[in-house]
Design a protein around this ligand. Structure first.
Ligand code: GLN
Length: 455
């Protein structure tokens, strides 16, 4: 059976870190020592973390794994990293990811793909998933104790599932997006990726809270999530949505899902079959809305304000400057998203695609509202329709093949809900699989506690 390849010594083979930051780590570790000596040590004091390259870190390369942000060193720090450092965390470096967080395998990165530390018997190198693939690989291989991720359509939960770790996407608005390079602003959320649920609870608390610098950040109290981990889920109602039994899903994932259901029942939860009837429209709606927002967010990379600018020929004007810069700076998946996004927003197609997708989004949200109103506390599903696939396996496939990987995760972002992926066992190749729990808005504490009962 496959096993965590502990022999993978150091980060270089996994390509998990895009930039290591030893000077910052040393300074922060010394400061943490002082705080510990002074008896003022918050939870994260001295804890070594990796930070996804999508987060702006002051004077430190932050380029969303894109060539277009070559050389960009933000003059400011994201709110989430500010809060982690306030609580004493130590940054080891910036973690690899898919370019602008677009992808499910880390292969769209300008740094090259990160590699999954897990291997199947055949020795084929596997994807750690994406877009937070570097974060997942680093945590799974003990190259940091925890990492930040971001999740627009599954980018925390899918890589967590592929690498046997825990990852939570909180309720939209729980963590400030200030200083996180935007992909699709109405879907993006930061969250922790950790070895277990307790670490996720500790890290999420530090990352959360209202921020006046992000108008979509919610002014809602942040509870002590760790204190809520009692493991007592007696009487909780767990919904099993029938629409998540998708065609072609391996039977071992169905089996795992059943086993998870039984574990929760044994712990005293009440299991209920539920229906989320608009689930089948989630993937198409997501792949309209996310590119639409991305095409708008990415308009700022014009060769003037940030990062890369193409070399120009004699006589080139501003149009050539934009065109050459963007053609060189953006990889092919990012270009595809910009083209899809501008198409669905164009005057002739706006109603047919973008507006339609927004309406579908509302229906998907209502499906969840309905089951929660009927007393369901959390929903259990598989996190992904497969275990980690081989690097390069999708190279010649239709891009839609890759998008299908997100079938269980995008609904949660469209509805703005919290979702967590927890390791749930191994498949026949010895590779990790994850189960997803979806919770009510702002009830991450309960969600973490239910996940804790599954652990
Ligand atoms: N795989 C999805 C996409 O490519 C989700 C990415 C994400 O959550 N950032 O859009």
């Amino acid at each position: 059976t496959g096993a965590l390849n502990a022999a993978v010594d150091g980060s270089d083979k996994l390509n998990a870190y895009a930039h290591k930051t030893p000077e910052i780590a040393e300074a922060q570790a010394r400061a943490a020592d002082e705080r510990i000596k002074a008896g003022d040590a918050p939870d994260l004091c001295g804890i070594p973390l990796g930070i996804k390259d999508l987060f702006c870190t002051e004077n430190t390369p932050s380029q969303a794994a894109s060539r277009i942000l070559d050389g960009f060193r933000p003059p400011y720090e994201s709110t989430v990293t500010t809060q982690l450092f306030r609580d004493g965390a130590v940054m080891l470096g910036k973690l690899n990811m898919d370019e602008f967080a677009m992808g499910s395998s880390n292969e769209t990165s300008a740094y090259g793909a990160a590699v999954n530390p897990w291997q199947a018997d055949d020795g084929v190198a596997l994807t750690p998933g994406g877009s937070s693939g570097g974060s997942a690989a680093a945590v799974a291989a003990d190259l940091c104790l925890g990492a930040t991720g971001t999740d627009t359509g599954g980018s925390i939960r899918q890589p967590a599932a592929f690498t046997g770790i825990t990852g939570i996407k909180p309720t939209y608005g729980r963590c400030s997006r200030f200083g996180i390079i935007a992909f699709a602003s109405s879907l993006d959320q930061a969250g922790p990726m950790t070895r277990d649920v307790r670490d996720a609870a500790i890290m999420l608390r530090a990352m959360s809270g209202h921020d006046p610098k992000d108008s979509t950040s919610a002014d809602i109290a942040v509870p002590d999530f760790e204190a809520m981990l009692t493991g007592d889920i007696r009487g909780k109602v767990i919904g099993i949505p029938r629409e998540y039994h998708v065609d072609g899903m391996p039977t071992e994932i169905e089996t795992l899902w059943t086993r998870g259901t039984e574990m929760l029942r044994d712990a005293g939860a009440l299991i209920r079959d539920i229906s989320l009837p608009h689930t089948k429209y989630a993937l198409p709606a997501y792949y309209v809305i996310a590119p639409a927002e991305a095409s708008s967010n990415l308009a700022r990379y014009d060769g003037v304000r940030f990062g890369h600018r193409a070399k120009l020929a004699q006589g080139d004007g501003i149009t050539e400057m934009y065109e050459k810069t963007r053609a060189e700076g953006f990889g092919s998946e990012v270009q595809r998203r910009i083209m899809v996004g501008t198409y669905v927003l164009s005057a002739g197609f706006y109603d047919a695609y973008y507006n339609r997708a927004r309406k579908v989004r509302t229906l998907i949200k209502r499906d969840f509202d309905q089951v929660f109103a009927e007393g369901v506390d959390a929903i259990l599903t598989p996190a992904t329709p497969s275990s980690a696939f081989g690097l390069g396996a999708m190279k010649d496939a239709d891009p839609v093949q890759m998008y299908l990987n997100d079938v269980f995760t995008v609904t949660v972002n469209l509805a703005g809900l919290p979702g967590i992926s927890v390791p749930a066992g191994l498949d026949h190749k010895g590779l990790p699989l994850g189960l997803q729990l979806i919770g009510r808005p702002w009830e991450e504490g309960d969600l973490l506690n239910t996940a804790y009962a599954l652990e």
